[in-house]
Design a protein around this ligand. Structure first.
Ligand SMILES: C[S@@+](CC[C@H](N)C(=O)[O-])C[C@H]1O[C@@H](n2cnc3c(N)ncnc32)[C@H](O)[C@@H]1O
Length: 404
């Protein structure tokens, strides 16, 4: 078990202590092994989640403030990026959302154990502002001080109060270990890329791939002879190829070899797109285990850890440099994907991005847009043009005219 610092900023002034569960029930553990898959709710950047079910978030450089109520077995996690003060990106907004969420279970923030998990040094200011905010609210917290550039997953299971921090590093001394080189976090130097990170992963978004397999492909097979997909803000192409492998596999299962599958990847970063055109990647553990059969079928091995996308998929993929806000001028797609992009921008800019994305969605087409602000959801649902089919997943009605 990791040793914990425990701060109690206002020890004599915490209200109805007798109604509160003990503040030491949480069992925190650093798991120094590979990050495993878990069935749990996954919280994306800038999001919070409150509930009794297991919940997880991949932190990388970001910061998490979480809560746990040990008698009601309710947990709450946030994923603070510091990119904006909007929603759950900043500590103040996240704490407000966590308070509301816990309120639905009749629980106050101060009734829970609170913990903070640090990010990298680059996010030190986020960590510091979270601590300031908690102190300002007079909330005691445990500081799980694990600052460092690791690939980390935090998993909270409110059923038994276990909070596990999985670290990818093999080191015995994680706080001082050298950073494990991660090709998906490579530094890009071109101008557009300065705006935000280009971090990406193969098979990154399980929910998206599930929607593609279970909803999009069966639906387009019924109504069309083609499936054209636009991955907007696709970075180095890993999203494009992951979507492509799942779609090809699905079509294969339905024996639809003649069905036209095409995938367009766009990004503002020419440097990222060049890597996409190259189509060579280091395999992640997840790709090697969970998606081994797809990797084997659609990729070629360069060496033990590196693959190159094979010709069957490559021939269906193209890349173009484009700002999402420019939209799609002529082409309408059966599926438009915009994952891990909007959360870096203000709600006003998200609306501009949304306008661009909407120009690409054909009648009856699907839109997957991760971490949209409430304004985005409202804008999509307001005039009845779209219906929401799942988390971050929308469908444009058949009857409505396209946005230009
Ligand atoms: C975090 S990456 C997400 C990559 C991929 N969608 C994924 O989820 O793995 C965000 C990408 O958005 C791109 N981006 C940022 N602003 C953009 C814009 N206005 N138009 C197009 N791409 C943009 C960045 O260059 C970066 O590659």
């Amino acid at each position: 078990m990791e040793s914990l610092k425990h701060h109690d900023p206002m020890p004599g002034n915490l209200g109805n202590r007798h109604l509160r569960p003990p503040l030491t029930a949480l069992k925190f553990e650093v798991v120094r092994s590979e990050i495993r898959d878990h069935h749990s709710v996954r919280i994306q950047q800038g999001e919070v989640h409150v509930g009794p079910e297991p919940q997880q978030t991949y932190l990388r450089s970001c910061v998490c403030v979480g809560f746990y109520h040990s008698t009601l077995h309710v947990g709450a996690l946030s994923h603070l990026t510091g990119f904006s003060e909007d929603g759950g990106h900043g500590p103040r907004g996240a704490l407000r959302e966590l308070e509301c969420g816990l309120g639905r279970y009749g629980v106050r923030l101060r009734d829970c154990e609170c913990f903070v998990v640090g990010g990298t040094d680059a996010a030190r200011h986020v960590y510091d502002s979270a601590i300031r905010e908690l102190r300002h609210l007079g909330l005691p917290f445990r500081e799980l001080d694990v600052l460092g550039a690791f690939h980390r997953k935090l998993l909270l299971n409110p059923a038994d109060g276990r909070l596990e921090l999985f670290k990818k590093s093999q080191s015995d001394s994680p706080e001082v270990a050298p950073v494990t080189p991660d090709p998906s976090l490579a530094c890009f130097h071109d101008h557009g890329r300065r705006v935000i990170t280009g971090a990406s992963l193969l098979f990154r978004n399980e929910a998206l791939l599930q929607y593609l397999r279970d909803t999009v492909i069966p639906s387009v097979l019924n109504s069309s002879a083609r499936c054209h997909i636009w991955c907007a803000g696709c970075s180095t192409g890993m999203e494009v190829y992951s979507v492509g492998m799942v779609a090809l596999d699905c079509l294969d299962q339905y024996s639809h070899g003649k069905f036209e599958l095409r995938i367009l990847g766009t990004d503002i970063s020419e440097e990222a797109l060049a890597q996409g055109r190259l189509g060579a990647y280091v395999l992640t553990r997840q790709a090697e285990s969970r998606y081994a059969s797809l990797v084997q079928r659609y990729c070629e091995r360069i060496d033990a850890h590196t693959i190159r996308i094979g010709p069957e998929l490559r021939s269906r993929v193209s890349f173009n440099q484009r700002d999402i806000r420019q939209g799609s001028h002529r082409h309408r797609f059966e599926l438009v994907v915009c994952d891990h992009v909007l959360q870096y921008f203000t709600p006003e800019m998200q609306i501009e991005f949304l306008q661009g994305l909407r120009t690409g969605v054909g009648a009856g087409g699907f839109l997957f847009v991760s971490s949209p602000s409430n304004r985005i959801k409202e804008a999509l649902l307001a005039d009845g043009e779209y219906e929401m089919l799942g988390r971050n997943f929308f469908r444009r009605n058949w009857a409505t005219p396209a946005v230009h």
